[in-house]
Design a protein around this ligand. Structure first.
Ligand SMILES: Cc1cc2nc3c(=O)[nH]c(=O)nc-3n(C[C@H](O)[C@H](O)[C@H](O)COP(=O)(O)O)c2cc1C
Length: 436
């Protein structure tokens, strides 16, 4: 009986050879095709956006657990953006944030993984002012949340606590002026320089899920009549300019990828065909990888699928259009992840909620112990807690949120990177005075 159990636990050598093979993104070697998906943990606690010991240990656990690539939770990259967090986020808009984020990069490196920082220029109408101010957006159009477009278990929670929907709804936004758009883009590009100096291996531009870039792309939320609204070329101008400014700021050799929803799935929203066109143009402009997602706060069931592999078909369409690595989320089953990569539908799998449930997913796959993986049951408790402003926790993993008390996740001693080996941006930084 015991023998049978042991045999069941051992996958055959080579079963996961695609998933475990290395990949390069602009010269950055990643040891396997397993990425931690960016997830706001709400662990920054002080609401001032600084890294703390718990955040370091949370990422250390996922790096030690075998993720080749860690993508950080989204970090707000301008002072204005930081006024409208989703309850609480990390910030990076001046040098004071670099020490903590630098230690985060150092910690992940010490555990043998690569780390990209997900940078956001703002949440637009999906942001929440701590003092009730109106958030900046392409047009003064609020989002419309509905329990009908929500993943399983949400409607029940909303029925019991209708106030949670009301809290997530956010404030009516105001229309950004062209001057403000350009100032935000400049400040954001400058913040991406800080990320490069802090020794992140790459930057992921956060453009999915109904946030600011997405709002500009979408005819549903962008009703502007100037050069930022109307045709797809105009609606994507904001994103293109952000990328071009970031590229100039960090230099040609620094990896810059982007995340974007594959489809808005809402009336008058942008379509999958448009998303493919945008991705193709961004590819021709020089982005180094494409990380898809889906939907928005208004279409949350696409953003948080209830099934494995829900975005794989869309992913294959991006693969057909792009010659850069494509990253696909929400494939929690290792066999399906292996198949997705082997069949050429994506190059890297990014795991979100599954990595809350079991940070050792990568090691267990590598050791053929897939039966030992603690499976995420997609109950969305992590997300529902986050939506009411509480740090994430997991019903399957009691250690989520207490990694800082576990010495195995403390940063081991490593030699400092000599400055001559650093990939520093062409210019260090500009100063953006606080005039908001
Ligand atoms: C609590 C929570 C916070 C998230 N925060 C982010 C974020 O900061 N940036 C982002 O691009 N996606 C974010 N996501 C979405 C995940 O990256 C991922 O796309 C989604 O959870 C679906 O993948 P999964 O089924 O593996 O969880 C978040 C997800 C969760 C559960």
């Amino acid at each position: 009986m015991a023998e049978k159990k042991a045999a069941k636990k051992t996958a055959k050598k080579g079963d996961f050879k695609h998933l475990l093979s290395p990949i390069e993104i602009k010269g950055v070697e990643i040891k396997n095709r397993i990425a931690l998906a960016p997830m706001n943990t709400l662990m920054s606690m002080d609401n001032r956006g600084y890294v703390n010991e718990q955040i370091l240990a949370y990422y250390a656990a996922r790096a030690k657990g075998g993720c080749g690539l860690i993508i950080t939770e989204c970090v707000l990259g301008t002072r204005l953006a930081s006024h409208y967090p989703f309850s609480t986020n990390l910030h990076l808009y001046n040098q004071s944030f670099m020490a903590g984020l630098g230690e985060l990069a150092e910690t992940v490196h010490a555990f043998g993984s690569r780390v990209f920082i997900q940078m956001s220029i703002g949440f637009g109408r999906q942001g929440h002012a701590l003092d009730g101010r109106h958030p900046p957006a392409p047009s003064a159009i609020p989002m419309e949340l509905s329990p009908f477009h929500m993943p399983k278990s949400f409607p029940k929670a909303v029925e019991k606590f209708p106030q949670s929907l009301q809290a997530a709804q956010g404030h009516i936004p105001y229309e950004m002026s062209i001057d403000e758009i350009r100032r935000e883009q400049d400040e954001f590009a400058n913040s991406c320089r800080f990320a490069a100096i802090a020794q992140f291996d790459g930057i992921e531009l956060h453009a999915p899920h109904g946030y600011l870039e997405h709002q500009f792309l979408s005819p549903r939320s962008n009703k502007r009549t100037d050069l930022y609204g109307g045709s797809l070329q105009n609606r994507m101008r904001f994103l293109v300019e952000v990328y071009m400014k970031v590229r100039e700021a960090v230099g040609p050799d620094f990896p810059v990828g982007m995340r974007m929803s594959a489809d808005e799935h809402m009336p008058d929203g942008f379509t999958h065909a448009e998303a493919l066109e945008v991705a193709e143009i961004m590819g021709s402009l020089g982005i180094d990888y494409f990380h898809l997602s889906d939907g928005s706060y208004e279409a949350l069931s696409y953003f948080f699928p209830d099934e494995d592999g829900a975005m794989l078909e869309e992913s294959s369409h991006f693969k057909e259009k792009l010659s850069i690595p494509v990253m696909c989320p929400s494939i929690h089953d290792p066999k399906s992840a292996e198949k997705a990569i082997a069949s050429g539908k994506c190059d890297i799998v990014s795991l979100g909620r599954q990595m809350f449930a079991d940070p050792e997913w990568g090691n267990k796959v590598a050791e053929g112990r897939v039966e030992d993986i603690t499976r995420c049951i997609r109950c969305n408790e992590c997300l529902m807690r986050a939506s009411v402003g509480s740090p994430v926790r997991c019903v399957k993993n009691p250690n989520l949120g207490r990694e800082k008390y576990m010495p195995e996740y403390w940063r081991p001693p490593v030699k400092a990177t000599p400055i001559l080996k650093m990939n520093l941006p062409p210019k260090l930084w500009d100063y953006f005075p606080d005039d908001h």
